[in-house]
Design a protein around this ligand. Sequence first.
Ligand code: NAP
Length: 458
Amino acid sequence: MTLLGTTARPLRVAIVGSGPSGFYAADALLKAEPVCTVDMFERQPTPYGLVRSGVAPDNMKIKNVTKTFEKIAAHERFRFFGNVEVGVTAPVHVLRRHYDAIIFACGTETNLRLGIPGEDLPGCHTATSFVGWYNGHPVYRNFHFDLSREIAVVVGVGNVAVDVARILSRTVDELKHTDISQDALDALAESRVREIHIIGRRGPAQAKFKENEIRELGRLADCDCIMDPADLALNPESCQEAAAPSVARILGILETFSRHTPAKRRKVVLRFLLSPVKITGDARVESIILEKNMLRGEPFRQEAKGTGEVVEQPCGLVFASIGYRAMPMPGVPFDARRGIIPNEDGRVLEDGRPVPGLYAAGWIKRGPTGLIGTNKPDSAETVQKILEDLPNLPPCEAPGPDAMPQWLAARGIRAVSFADWLKIDAVEIERGKPRRKPREKLSKVSQMLAVIEESPDQ
Ligand code: NAP
């Protein structure tokens, strides 16, 4: 009989990734009846994943969820190992030797590509890079966006597209007391972008953005949101889809946009039934060619079909905001078609069979869908599977909980603990004070590690 899950021999679980799904999984494990210890691994020295580097800075309320995560991290059976990249500096087979179970909660980091000619021209960017840049993410901090152009096009009509358009159209006054990176704010202050087109390949009834997000676009200080009333004409199948209250409310908001006469300095133009087919320009983006679409198929399963008719939209910037996919990790099965780890309710599958001890949670489990709160039941489901499997889980080889930190230290890997992160946190909050910002993020890993070395232990 297994002793795993007792005080004498707690179930040792590693969680890879410190975003919402990772923290919700940790919470469920630490509240479970079998005694579990949780070691959370994170590539960055800082925790919280997309809550820190994805949620738009003008959405500060959403970021308050970190207070909940902080409480989870304070649990005596929780440890944080930041600055450790699983699959690279710490291979998965090493983790398997040290943990009875591993939950991959590392999200879907790569933007899908448009797959059209001209996509690699300067001026064409992924939403991920722009979002990472304005959020001060170490990987994207030095990216350059030429904001001297007047017209920008955002492809995709999800919440990320709305975030990108909103940050491009806010005034400095609207952003200056948020946690936006100061470099991004300074660049946006000089921005000459006046017109932002958001392009949907299907119709307004199929848009993926949520009600609150689209409503906010109509409330910007110096930007109008408009659309062509003709784009609101629905085919019979879309009328059926529009009967859902959430869709009807969104269409109601769009209807007000369609009656709006723009008067402010900037405008966001929502456009539908258009697919990008080519980005043109000699040395950089000069325009995007869009093919007009019609919808085909049954209600709720309608797809965009090109009509052959094209229109050209001059622009100096293009942002592809069409969803994400994960990158494969050595030693972990990968579904290349869906861009996720193949799994059944969180149990990782290889050739259709569960791999003992490997689990997935969050976007890498189900794909990039849902809001932060969606991850709570999703992670709870994965933890439930671990608990069901507990009687049959083979205990890992490692002699005890010190083995993993010793393995890292022996290789000169400077793991960042949660106490270390709290030092970075305190410095960032202090740096924000002169500008009345909630924090001014450190965006260089070397800066973060220096802060840890220089700050006294509490
Ligand atoms: P998303 O909601 O899946 O939207 C992707 C958009 O890209 C859809 O409009 C999709 O159209 C379109 N698209 C896909 N492939 C395309 C192609 N080849 N050409 C043209 N358009 C294409 O993804 P997301 O905006 O990245 O958001 C990811 C998740 O994060 C969502 O669950 C979202 O709600 C969440 N999120 C939430 C917030 C918030 O709560 N404030 C903020 C940001 C993100 P089709 O529908 O036709 O496929």
